[in-house]
Design a binder for this molecule. Sequence first.
Ligand SMILES: *Cc1c(COP(=O)(O)O)cnc(C)c1O
Length: 429
Amino acid sequence: MNRKQSSALMQRACRTIPGGVNSPVRAFKGVGGDPVFFDHADGPYLYDVDGNQYIDYIGSWGPMVLGHNHTPTIAAVQQQATKALGFGAPTEAEIELAETIVQRVPSMQQVRMVNSGTEATMSAIRLARGFTGRDLILKFTGCYHGHSDSLLVKAGSGVLTLGLPNSPGVPAELAARTLSLPFNNLDAVAQVFEQYPGEIACIIVEPVAGNMGCIPPKPGYLQGLRDIAHKDGALIIFDEVMTGFRVSPGGAQTLYDIEPDLTTLGKIVGGGLPVGAFGGREEIMQYIAPVGPIYQAGTLSGNPLAMAAGLSTLRHLTTDAYQAIGAATDALVDGLVARAASAGLQVCENRVCGMFSLFFGIDEAAEYDDVAGSNIDQFNAFFHAMLDQGVYLAPSAFEAGFISATHTSEVIQTTLDAAEVAFSKLIAT
Ligand SMILES: *Cc1c(COP(=O)(O)O)cnc(C)c1O
């Protein structure tokens, strides 16, 4: 597959943009080679600047859950664009999106819009600290909650892809207030609460981890976290920036039937435009300015174009859409595992409606150390073999794959045919 234009653009980009990209994972540092520069997209397909077509398993890291170029969403954005791009003043669309979120996610009685997942988690942490009057926070190794200072401790996603345990530039005093424990291990959590009684403001967790590959919670894990937190007067925050409106109509919390105190959203809630949101119990949300003392603001927050895209996306995410996405996920993952097994490769998988990961060389992936012990070289070879056959997977063994409502059985079959070829190449090398 010829990608000359992409390579030329990467060289040009590196002169004026650090590393050529505006977010690190895009640079292909984890898998090697030059990133692909895209021109347009439709349904499950991406088209690069050299005219190559790919089946997309990233979906803009989640938002394109209805497929690219979703006609009603494009129309809604276009219609808003003819009226105004923004006011920096209230609009009805903000209420409509807030009402839609509150209706789908019952634990969110009130919600505040922001512009990214990073802003949502950063603000939710500030709120949890302000509400409880405590400074410590507890997160899990390999979970990613955006790039704000307090949350860049043992983080997932691009931080893992680049092999950076912690980032320079985060003051040690601040990092010391973030405790990090292995995911899916309740004993460790109970111990840390015994060690710091009355000092931990909140637990923040991805209810299905998606930034060290896809790792679902063990049965009872999320309930256990909530119980331990509440016993000590701490809050629990579900970071559903990835899982929100992906794994079920109300996110992971309705799928597993656990109500967190606060929830953060991003990705799908903006329908492809930059939106994040955080919300929760009214009693807690009333601490936010202008009603309460905890400051949080944003010039472009609730931007009308972004609200239009988010609202249209949520309106079209019907029960039928989730069924189709879940069935496509099962067909893909079952097919991948079967083909890997016939090729004699050791793999294991995790999946939760619309999210999946295939891990090479391990039996189980339940926490970060498992994924770190998987065969990353084999993943990277698989990634390139798929890319060269027109299948665009996330360019890192530490990222999940995403499926849209436009990934038909034909699209899945084409992917599986490519995987069969890719697996046979891995065996040959
Ligand atoms: C993507 C992601 C974030 C960060 O969102 P941005 O919009 O990239 O700032 C935070 N938490 C989780 C779980 C995510 O997947």
